[in-house]
Design a protein around this ligand. Structure first.
Ligand code: OGA
Ligand code: NI
Length: 357
């Protein structure tokens, strides 16, 4: 995997660009008009600039009630996204996780640079996804780290400052892993399968988890760029802790963009490509993207629950019938995620390209 050794160009921290106070963003961050979050209309010779937003909200699901299986299943068949309340993770822990990471991103740049990442494992402090030279970049920095399997977890690669961070992340990941086990069981039942079925397909206790903390600095020209380009998540399921002060996530629904309105103390949960594949496309891994903002920075914590990385995954046999043959060929998650790691976020092009027909 020599091609993944190094970044193709010197890394520029978006936070440094933002802090420089420049009024315009470099060309490298300017998206083609069709990808911009604001739509410009010519209304009788006058330009009308509006946010692309269909004003529909993702479903809200109570994770501990009689209707949970049905509600999660419906949400994941249509939207691929839902907002989870009553999830039993303590709001105080959620607050600490946000606070510790905010503190990290506000450390002096020299200190953060100690953790600079490379495309080989992506672990550490990063500012781009993909290694294509000359690519248009996103207006965001991030910190990526491995949580399970334990052989990949390495506290030495996690920030040493603030001093509470490592313990907070350990506690947070323990709680989120529990939440993901519950959600993956609910998803199995929602497909009419036994509750362990998807978990088994993930490799049971050997399934994986990693985390990406996204930091989107203030942007002087938010209508020209994105914090994170449209993509579907390559893994199993994603549990996102959104910023509690500013919104920014948009989900594609019926060919339009829907801006998520986070509820207090809720998580945003979505289906990744691996669950779309296992469910033979009954559950949808849906495109989403992030807008940035001129007066507020934004921090989000994405927890990715993934299958064991060297297990070939294909639609589960119970969901493959004569009427609905297997839509995807088997592939391991290790092979699968090379694509996004090399090419960066590219809508749903990857999972679509795997289709059998
Ligand atoms: C991601 C993601 C959304 C956000 O990290 O994959 O989609 O709101 N993040 O930061
Ligand atoms: Ni995502």
């Amino acid at each position: 995997m020599d091609c993944l050794q190094e970044w193709p160009e010197p890394v520029v921290r978006v936070q440094s660009l933002s802090d420089s106070g420049a009024a315009v963003i470099p060309d490298r961050y300017i998206k083609p008009p069709s990808e911009r979050p604001y739509v410009v209309d010519d209304v009788g010779g006058k330009l009308d600039i509006t946010l692309a937003d269909n004003l529909i909200n993702i479903p809200v699901v109570d994770l501990n009630c009689e209707e949970t299986v049905h509600a999660v299943s419906e949400a994941c068949r249509s939207w691929g996204f839902f907002q989870a309340v009553n999830h039993k993770v303590s709001p105080e822990l959620m607050r600490r996780a946000r606070e510790d990471w905010r503190e990290f991103f506000h450390l002096p740049m020299e200190e953060k640079q100690l953790y600079a990442n490379s495309p080989k494992t992506y672990e550490g402090y990063g500012s781009r996804l993909g290694i294509q030279k000359g690519a248009i970049l996103d207006w965001g920095d991030y910190y990526f780290l491995h949580l399970v399997p334990l052989c990949l977890k390495n506290h030495g690669k996690w920030p040493a400052s603030p001093p509470t961070l490592r313990e907070t992340v350990d506690e947070y990941s323990h709680e989120l892993l529990r939440l993901c086990h519950r959600v993956i069981k609910v998803l199995s039942m929602g497909l009419g399968l036994d509750e362990e079925c998807l978990l088994r397909a993930f490799g049971g206790d050997d399934s994986g988890a990693c985390m990406r903390v996204n930091f989107y600095p203030k942007c002087p020209q938010p209508s020209l760029t994105l914090g994170l380009s449209s993509h579907s998540d390559p893994g199993g399921i994603t549990v996102l802790l959104p910023d509690d002060r500013v919104k920014g996530l948009q989900v594609r629904y019926q060919d339009a963009w829907s801006t998520v309105e986070p509820l207090p103390d809720a998580f945003i949960i979505n289906i990744g490509d691996q669950v779309q594949i296992l469910s033979n496309a009954t559950y949808k891994s849906v495109e989403h993207r992030v807008m940035v903002n001129s007066h507020m920075e934004r921090l989000s914590i994405a927890f990715f629950y993934n299958p064991k990385s060297d297990l070939p995954l294909a639609p589960v046999s119970e969901l493959v019938t004569l009427e609905k043959p297997a839509l995807y060929q088997a592939m391991t998650f290790d092979q699968y995620r090379l694509y996004i790691r090399q090419r960066g976020p590219k809508g749903k092009s990857q999972v679509e390209s795997l289709k059998n027909i």
